[in-house]
Ligand binder design. Structure first.
Ligand SMILES: [Zn+2]
Length: 196
């Protein structure tokens, strides 16, 4: 068998593109693996495995499809990243967002591949519950609030209701088939939002 390494000039344009893409992908993966190796060596808790990324451009390298995400947990690496500048802009705290992402690391760890069969509202709702509140204001969401954040607010509301009113455990939430948003909204908003 002969290993043929073609010269750059002799490559066709699509092959050049593939090579650049490969190098970028390998580069990004190596950064993730470095963070993962560091976390596996030095961290004592899931929260220790969350890295605070200072600048937007650094976060974009780790998570190229990022838009306004506050944090990101790559599957099965045992690490997560939070975007400091997006967090500052959203007016929330690094501690809250780190608690959310740390829960995602634990979910990948505990649920394994069945993680991919669990609905988004359950994974995100439990992570928001651990965080303590959603990014969109619970009682008075802004009029121009993003749909994504309003959805997360709904997930938070349903999970809060299932845990605090129905007494479900985290495992039972992952298995339930109901999504009682209307009942949950009434109960949670009545309990958490004081009327003047
Ligand atoms: Zn999340």
């Amino acid at each position: 068998m002969k290993l043929i390494i073609q010269k750059w000039k002799k490559r066709t344009f699509p092959k050049k593109l593939f090579l650049i893409f490969d190098c970028v992908a390998v580069g990004i993966l190596s950064i993730h693996f470095s963070f993962a190796a560091y976390a596996h060596t030095f961290s004592e808790s899931y929260t220790d495995r969350v890295f605070v990324i200072e600048h937007d451009w650094q976060f974009s390298i780790l998570y190229p499809i990022s838009t306004t995400q506050l944090g990101f947990t790559p599957p099965f690496l045992g690490v997560a990243y939070v975007n400091k500048s997006a967090i500052d802009e959203a007016g929330v705290t690094i501690e809250e967002v780190s608690a959310h992402e740390a829960k995602h690391i634990e979910q990948f760890w505990e649920l394994g591949f069945s993680h991919f069969g669990v609905e988004t509202w359950k994974l995100e709702g439990v992570a928001e519950y651990v965080r303590g509140k959603p990014t969109a204001d619970l009682c008075q969401p802004k009029e121009d609030e993003s749909i994504n954040r309003l959805n997360y607010r709904d997930y938070f509301i349903v999970v809060t209701y299932l845990i605090e009113k129905q007494g479900l455990t985290e495992e039972q939430i992952y298995e339930t088939s109901e999504y009682p948003i209307e009942t949950a909204k009434e109960w949670v908003l009545n309990n958490r939002c004081k009327k003047i």
